[in-house]
Design a protein around this ligand. Structure first.
Ligand code: SAM
Length: 228
C-alpha cells in the first residue's frame, strides 16, 4: 500500500520539534504507516532490535510493585521482558499495533500488563503516576518528540527512572548528512533517521545518568535518566 505525506499530516505547530529532524509527520500519517507495518513489524524490527530491549529492561531496574509506563508499545514485543512483580501500562497510537499486542499478551497470560490507545504527546495520567517510564524505539516515530518526552517526565515520579531507547542522528558529519537525506523516506517505514539527541535532551531538560550504544551495529542509544 502506497502512502504519501499529505499537507495536513505535516507537523503543524512547534518549530522546535521541526528542528530535531528534517522530516515532519503527523499522527494520521504515523497511524497509517503502522497500520500497514503491523503484520510485518516483529519480523522486520524484532530480533535486530532485541538486544537493546533486553538491556533497557536492566536499566529500568524495576522493583516489586513498581508502576511502569511504556510509551509506544507497538505489537507488545517488550511485554514478555517485564518482571511479573510490576504493573505495566502500555500505550500506543495505533489500534492495529495494539491489536497484535492484545493477542500476544492474552496468549502469554500476562495479567500485569494493560494496554491503552493514547497519544503519548497528550497523556491523561496525573503528574508522577509512574515509577518507571520507558520509550522503546518510539521518540523518532512520534510527530513531536519534545512533547512526548516532556509528558514522560511529567508522569514520572521524582526519583523515578526515565529510559529512552532509540536511534539518533550520528555525530559523524558525513553519516549525519546521509541520515538527513534519507529521513523523509524512512518515515514511510516508520521512523525518522536523523533525530537530534542533543537537541532533544536540551529542549526537554533531561540529564542522562548514562548513554550507552546498543545493538549490532551499535548505532542505537540507550539513555537512562533519574527524574530530579
Ligand atoms: C517503532 S514502534 C516501537 C514498538 C516497540 N516499542 C518496540 O520495542 O519495538 C513505534 C510505536 O510508536 C507508536 N506511536 C507513534 N506515535 C505515537 C504517539 N504519538 N503516541 C503513542 N504511540 C505512538 C507507533 O504506533 C508504534 O507502534
Amino acid at each position: 500500500m502506497a502512502i504519501s505525506l499529505r499537507r495536513h499530516d505535516h507537523f503543524p505547530h512547534n518549530s522546535r520539534a521541526d528542528a530535531l529532524s528534517v522530516a515532519t509527520v503527523g499522527n494520521a500519517f504515523v497511524d497509517r504507516v503502522y497500520a500497514y507495518l503491523s503484520p510485518v513489524y516483529d519480523i522486520a524490527f524484532g530480533p535486530l532490535l532485541q538486544p537493546g530491549r533486553v538491556k533497557a529492561i536492566e536499566r529500568l531496574a524495576i522493583e516489586p510493585g513498581d508502576r511502569v509506563l511504556e510509551v509506544g508499545a507497538g505489537t507488545g514485543i517488550n511485554a514478555p521482558l517485564y518482571p511479573p512483580h510490576c504493573e505495566v501500562t502500555a500505550v500506543d497510537l495505533s489500534s492495529d499495533m495494539l491489536e497484535r499486542a492484545r493477542d500476544r499478551i492474552g496468549a502469554a497470560g500476562l495479567t500485569h500488563i494493560r494496554l491503552l490507545e493514547a497519544d503519548a504527546a497528550h497523556l491523561t495520567f496525573v503528574d508522577e503516576s509512574f515509577d518507571r517510564v520507558y520509550a522503546p524505539y518510539t521518540v523518532s516515530v512520534v510527530p513531536d518528540p519534545v512533547a512526548v518526552v516532556r509528558e514522560m517526565c511529567r508522569v514520572c515520579r521524582r526519583g523515578g527512572r526515565i529510559v529512552i531507547l532509540n536511534h539518533f542522528r550520528s555525530t559523524n558529519r558525513l553519516l549525519a548528512r546521509m541520515e538527513q537525506a534519507i529521513s523523509p523516506a524512512t518515515v514511510h517505514i516508520g521512523f525518522k533517521a536523523d533525530l537530534d539527541r542533543q537537541m532533544l535532551l536540551e529542549q526537554t531538560g533531561l540529564r542522562p545518568l548514562s548513554v550507552e550504544k546498543v545493538n549490532v551495529p551499535p548505532i542505537w542509544s540507550l539513555i537512562t535518566c533519574i527524574k530530579e
